[in-house]
Design a protein around this ligand. Structure first.
Ligand code: FES
Ligand code: FES
Length: 151
């Protein structure tokens, strides 16, 4: 089937098989490799995107389900050369090691701060509980979220 999906403000069309995930369509058909494919089972959050403003795991959404809808990926957060404040905070706090989890964590943090500009510690932990990081031990990631909330 042919789908039309608005990604980061621009409309894109793609031919896709009905069983293909939105993550596959974004990465392999539309040229948005920012969302990472780590588990493909909804366990790690590395593929997090906003679908019509709602945080989802792109590996659990069919490409066909995104037809006619609006997707924001990590590539859509910066304003030209200027990083989003959440991206800046991750850099500043040193919250990135291998970086594989980072796009998903950044998108999840943008979602959190959009809903709750001054989150409590519990709210931060709850919001990022679906995003796994194998490297950092999370302390610097939580620092980055606090920093972004203050920015
Ligand atoms: S790749 Fe989607 S949750 Fe892990
Ligand atoms: S920085 Fe490597 S998985 Fe998080």
């Amino acid at each position: 089937m042919r789908i039309s999906v608005r990604v980061n403000g621009e409309t894109h069309e793609a031919d896709c098989w009905e069983g293909e995930s939105l993550l596959f369509v974004l990465r392999e058909k539309l040229g948005f490799p920012g969302s990472k494919n780590a588990c493909e089972q909804g366990e790690c959050g590395s593929c997090s995107v906003l679908l019509d403003g709602t945080l989802v795991c792109a590996c659990l959404v069919l490409g066909a389900q995104a037809d006619g809808r609006d997707v924001t990926t990590v590539e859509g957060l910066a304003d030209g050369e200027r990083l989003h404040r959440v991206q800046e905070a991750f850099v500043e706090a040193g919250a990135v090691q291998c970086g594989f989890c980072t796009p998903g964590l950044v998108v999840a943090t943008v979602d959190l701060l959009g809903r709750t500009p001054q989150p409590s510690e519990d709210e931060i932990r709850e919001a990022l509980s679906g995003n796994l990081c194998r490297c950092t031990g999370y302390a610097k990631i939580f620092d980055a979220v606090r920093l972004a909330a203050r920015a």
